[in-house]
Design a protein around this ligand. Structure first.
Ligand code: CP3
Length: 340
């Protein structure tokens, strides 16, 4: 196996907890509606259609790298793309998110497994991107089994995940079958991206913060752990929102880097996660609406707290909000790169 030109990038070094020339920075949802050039490209193209066009995926993924000077590209796709690829009837509705035609109720609704042949456009787009990116690493990603299950069971975005939890607590056998199948799909989707040249992966368990730690360990962790074990040949980032009480368990699931939202200072997150892992985060995504001087101070606070970690990848505590001024993101990148 040849060594990738991105191997010695600050990002991959931080993930491996090696010394870095500067703290690496990227933003969840950096490719998207905060950029006018993204909105222009997406004009008249449905979200899921855009994910199936390697030319568009390549251009949208590169846009924030060019404009913002971030250290990493994140593959432009969506967590529901692999579900669509195995035939689940769903769409991404603008302003709402993923909506599923027939929510999951019984074993007859189990999605089928995913094979690489189902997503040739992913292999093509990653290959094209990796050759254009050179020494800039590409992060592949997927949704974790719990978060995907929430969309399938609720039929769309949900505040309290009530039906999802009702299935989990009420029919543990069916729940386990569902999460097991979703783990297969997620793992296959990540493998496609790694095998085409992605140099790290992020497993998004965005909504798992809805669970107490004990239930996370029983009903979710084994499935996420199986996914993460299957991609141990690259650095693995594991992220969720509102996961202050789950950080240790999410690390245990097999993350090299644990993503932290904005609610907990990074030094406290590091204490909870324990040794042997790097952290990613965690500027509040709404801070971009504050004056520049405040933003710079808060970025430095995050860098200071991040010193407690064996490796720190700077990010927001969740995705870029659509109303964000790209110049503010650029200021954040510059401030991170200046260092303390
Ligand atoms: O980070 C990136 O820049 C890469 C692209 C990316 C998208 N979705 C593109 C997208 C990534 C990593 C995702 C992951 C994703 N999708 C997650 C996990 C991350 C998180 O936010 O916690 C989740 C939960 C989803 C499901 C989803 N897809 C939601 C909630 C939405 C927003 C709905 C809306 O319109 O407000 C989407 C749609 C989506 N995914 C958009 C983009 C750029 C917006 C679509 C558009 O431009 O019309």
């Amino acid at each position: 196996m040849s060594i990738s030109p991105a191997h010695d990038s600050a990002f991959l070094r931080a993930c491996r907890r090696e010394p870095v020339p500067h703290t690496p920075v990227w933003f969840m949802r950096q490719a998207g509606r905060a950029l006018p050039e993204y909105r222009a490209l997406r004009e008249g193209v449905a979200m899921l259609d855009s994910c199936m066009r390697p030319d568009l995926v390549t251009e949208i993924t590169l846009q924030p790298v060019r404009r913002l000077g971030v250290d990493v590209a994140i593959f432009f796709s969506d967590i529901v793309v692999p579900l669509k690829a195995v035939g689940v009837d769903l769409d991404i509705v603008p302003g709402i998110g993923p909506v599923v035609g027939q929510p999951f109720r019984t074993a007859a609704d189990l999605p089928r497994a995913l094979s690489p042949g189902d997503v040739p456009y992913i292999t093509a787009a990653v290959g094209q991107l990796v050759s254009e990116l050179g020494a800039t690493p590409l992060i592949g990603f997927a949704g974790a089994p719990f978060t995907l299950a929430s969309y399938l069971v609720e039929g769309g975005p949900s505040k309290n995940h009530a039906r999802t939890k009702a299935l989990m607590y009420g029919d543990p056998a069916l729940w386990s079958q569902l999460l097991d199948r979703l783990a297969d799909i997620t793992l296959a989707f990540l493998r496609v991206q790694i095998d085409a040249g992605a140099s790290a992966v992020q497993l998004f368990d965005s909504w798992v913060g809805a669970l107490p730690a004990a239930d996370y360990r029983t009903f979710v962790q084994p499935h996420s752990a199986r996914v993460l074990a299957g991609v141990a040949d690259v650095p693995r980032i594991h992220f969720g929102v509102g996961t202050g009480e789950l950080l240790h368990a999410m690390g245990e699931a097999g993350a090299d880097v644990v993503g932290v939202d904005w609610r907990l200072p990074l030094d406290e997150a590091v204490r909870r996660i324990g040794p042997g892992r790097a952290v990613q985060g965690n500027l509040d995504p709404t801070l971009v609406f504050a004056p520049a001087a405040v933003v710079r101070d808060k970025v430095r606070d995050v860098l200071e707290a991040g010193k407690a970690a064996e490796g720190h990848v700077f990010n927001l505590g969740h995705g870029v909000l659509p109303e964000t001024d790209p110049d503010m993101l650029k200021l954040i990148v510059e401030t991170v790169h200046e260092g303390l």
